[in-house]
Design a binder for this molecule. Structure first.
Ligand code: PNS
Length: 163
């Protein structure tokens, strides 16, 4: 049986910490679906389609395994997507106790709703301080984000846009 795991998140934008977790998950599960989900609790910087495109490019340029699919979901619960594609596991990266406290209720609700288990995965300590919100703030104030994000994301954020 092919085991599918979903790695969901806002990915606004994807960071090196996210990419590390995706790569580790791809080494454990048969297929990984990286799922960009709108989080209504957060003010978005990038359109969803742009986030998907940047993740696809980062996965390719990073030489990550080919069992990684990148897509988005906006029409219901995360577990609805999991059920639709036959995924029994959600993978979440955990940097600290703060992440454990944030993720635990969602993991329990997702299991209650649809029997989907959540696996917490530890990224490299090198990325423990990196978050998308930090990257958004540094980029918006003209700082260098290259230590925190894949090259394609740094290029995108640091290229002036007119829109
Ligand atoms: O990267 P984020 O913003 O921490 O990701 C949170 C996300 C998008 C995975 C979470 O908000 C989510 O699962 N949203 C989908 C809606 C849903 O299923 N909500 C119930 C989860 S308990």
């Amino acid at each position: 049986m092919s085991r599918i795991a979903v790695v969901p998140g806002s990915f606004d934008p994807i960071t090196l910490g996210h990419l590390d977790v995706i790569e580790r998950a791809a080494g454990i599960f048969d297929q990984i679906h990286v799922l960009v989900v709108h989080n209504p609790g957060k003010t978005a910087l990038l359109p969803i389609a742009q986030r998907v495109s940047l993740i696809e490019q980062a996965v390719r340029e990073g030489g990550l395994p080919s069992n990684i699919l990148v897509t988005s979901w906006s029409v219901g619960l995360l577990v609805d997507y999991c059920t639709d594609v036959g995924a029994s596991v959600i993978v979440k990266g955990i940097r600290s106790q703060v992440d454990v406290a944030y993720e635990t209720p969602m993991a329990i609700v997702n299991r209650d709703l649809a029997g989907v288990e959540t696996v917490f995965m530890l990224p490299s300590p090198a990325h423990a301080h990196v978050s998308s919100s930090l990257v958004r703030q540094v980029a918006s104030l003209g700082g260098d984000v290259t230590p925190y994000v894949p090259g394609v994301v740094a290029n995108y954020l640091q290229t002036p846009r007119t829109e």
